[in-house]
Design a protein around this ligand. Sequence first.
Ligand code: GLN
Length: 242
Amino acid sequence: MSQNSMRLVWLYPDLLSTYGDQGNTLVVERRARQRGLDVARVDVRSDQQIPTSGDIYLIGGGEDRPQRLAAERLRRDGGLSRAVANGAIVFSVCAGYQILGHEFVNDLGERQEGLGLLDVISTRGEGARCVGDVLGDLDDRLGLPPLTGFENHQGVTHLGPTARPLARVRFGNGNGTGDGTEGAWNDTVFGTYMHGPVLARNPLIADLLIKLSLDVNALPPVDDRWYEALRNERIAAATQPA
Ligand code: GLN
């Protein structure tokens, strides 16, 4: 990638994009353009081949059956794993997050193999579905303000030794393991249960993805007032539920 262009790949909008997760792609695209980058956005349906030349890949959440189909097709295609091996950045939400792990439990109640790009496994929670607004503190290493998002999942995700928790929840469930962790990440692959869309609520995570792909430490500031208004409203909703 040259320093003034970026290839953004939005994976499987036909199967995985619940609760407005497509908004994550729009936010990364807009914030990259605001920094003067020439962004090529590629939307890849599940019957199309995944390009391996992307800089940032985004994948959203989904219902249980589309999640099974998406995982099968992603594994068969192999393009996302090759892109990660070449240093691409991936940001995944909910069903997408579970698929990036080693395995998850699918709609047939069977353990299904994921891509193994994150050192996590997901099971089906025995308790109530995790639904509601979430507030958490992102991993200190990321140096970012609190995480706000909305969760709606039955799956529970357990982290292995090479995955770091993306955040620790103050309100809400996150990974659902009861240990307060939410999401997971390694160097270039990120997973979260947060919808919202989460990058509209946490635009500095979108900037982090852009910085990682450009290999720079800082980006020119942009006007964040609308994002701040949304953050404040949703953080209030998490901390003072109706
Ligand atoms: N089907 C998965 C679960 O319930 C993911 C749900 C989602 O992506 N919102 O755990």
